[in-house]
Design a protein around this ligand. Structure first.
Ligand code: PEP
Ligand code: MN
Length: 362
């Protein structure tokens, strides 16, 4: 797949900024927010008009009436506008009313039937589409949604990382699992990647640090929920911020460059990268050696009919490695993940040996 930029004629090296309320509530609220944001040089005005709510009975969006408000936003401020589409009907209405960019929500990406329904509805239309990650941490499902939209002839596709559902205690509303988005960008480097810090955080006090983290990871932009009176918002009140607070957040961002012409810097980084490559190489050689030894142990166990897994020995290894690793500044979680992966690979090698048929001598 080969993707094009979401919007033309944008300055390079400036984050792609999407801001606006979670939901369009009233015409006044939408216009008040849009006028305040228009002064801040944003790229796209967002507002949900069909809202996927967890339980029925809460505000489910104003519906297509809201599209007229977005048209007024365009006419009065010159801002381009985007809204969430979850059904074919939504997509038709948006195309009819000239909504500039569509986005697929997390609860849509998760369902291939819904994604296909929208892909069919916009087949051949010249409209950019932003695709949020599915609610569960499944990269293939995210890529599948991108492929379905792409097959409808759309190349102006971007993705929005809004975090993943997590059952348990966490400081996030949706845990970011950054490595999933990083892997997506590694596979498709020309895909515009936006961080939705609002739905990752679910609260105001961590919005800026998550936004900065996304800039440090070289994301292309940000989607943030902005409301003139956040506490009174009809949806997602806890995570929305005022236009003034939003300006503070954007002004405070340090945008990193991906390259530089500074020769000293390039030389120094080259040297460090070379060292990292050497270390990676050494690590792999050592791991291969470790597996050879494990296979040797496997042969020996087989001859003596001893089980592969020796829990006490494994517990000792884990305990010792955790102590050594943490004393060297590695986190306990990291040591545990690495050690478990190595152990599993050793077991696989030993199992292969144990289950190999003895050669029958003739
Ligand atoms: C939203 O952007 O308001 C929204 C409903 O987001 P998500 O699909 O990420 O839950
Ligand atoms: Mn929201």
């Amino acid at each position: 797949m080969k993707f094009s930029p979401i919007l033309d004629n944008r300055p390079a090296n400036k984050p792609f900024i999407i801001a606006g309320p979670c939901s369009a509530e009233t015409e006044e609220q939408v216009l008040e927010t849009a006028h305040a944001l228009a002064k801040q040089d944003i790229d796209l005005f967002r507002s949900g008009i069909w809202k996927p709510r967890t339980r029925p009975g809460s505000f489910e969006g104003i519906g297509k009436e809201g599209l007229k408000w977005l048209k007024r936003v365009k006419a009065e401020t010159g801002l381009k506008v985007t809204t969430e589409v979850a059904k074919a009907d939504h997509a038709y209405e948006c195309l009819k009313q000239g909504i500039d960019v569509l986005w697929l929500g997390a609860r849509t990406t998760v369902n291939p039937f819904s994604v296909q329904e929208i892909a069919d509805a916009i087949d051949g239309a010249d409209v950019p589409v932003l695709i949020k990650n599915p609610i569960n941490p499944d990269l293939k499902l995210w890529i599948g949604a991108i492929e379905r939209i792409y097959k409808a002839g759309i190349t102006r596709i971007g993705v929005i990382h809004r975090g993943f559902s997590y059952h348990g205690d966490t400081k996030y509303r949706n845990v970011p699992r950054w490595q999933i988005a990083i892997e997506l960008k590694r596979q498709f480097p020309d895909l515009t990647m936006i961080c939705d810090n609002s739905h990752i955080c679910g609260r105001r006090d961590t919005l800026a640090s998550v936004a900065q983290k996304s800039m440090d990871l070289n994301y292309d932009g940000l989607m943030t929920e902005v409301h003139p009176r956040p506490d009174e918002a009809w949806s997602d009140a806890k995570q929305q911020i005022t236009p003034v607070q939003f300006k503070g957040l954007v002004d405070g961002l340090v945008v990193r460059q991906t390259t530089t012409d500074d020769e000293d810097f390039v030389e120094h980084i080259d040297h460090l990268r070379h060292e990292i490559d050497e270390l990676d190489n050494e690590l792999l050689n050592m791991l291969a050696r470790r597996m050879q030894i494990a296979e040797g142990i496997g042969q020996y166990k087989k001859r003596n009919n001893i089980a592969i897994l020796q829990s006490t020995r494994w517990n000792e290894i884990l305990k010792r490695a955790t102590e050594q690793g943490t004393s060297k500044g590695l986190s306990e979680a990291f040591v545990s993940v690495i050690l478990k992966a190595i152990h599993q690979e050793s077991i696989n090698h030993q199992s292969k040996i144990m289950n190999e048929k003895e050669e029958v001598k003739s």
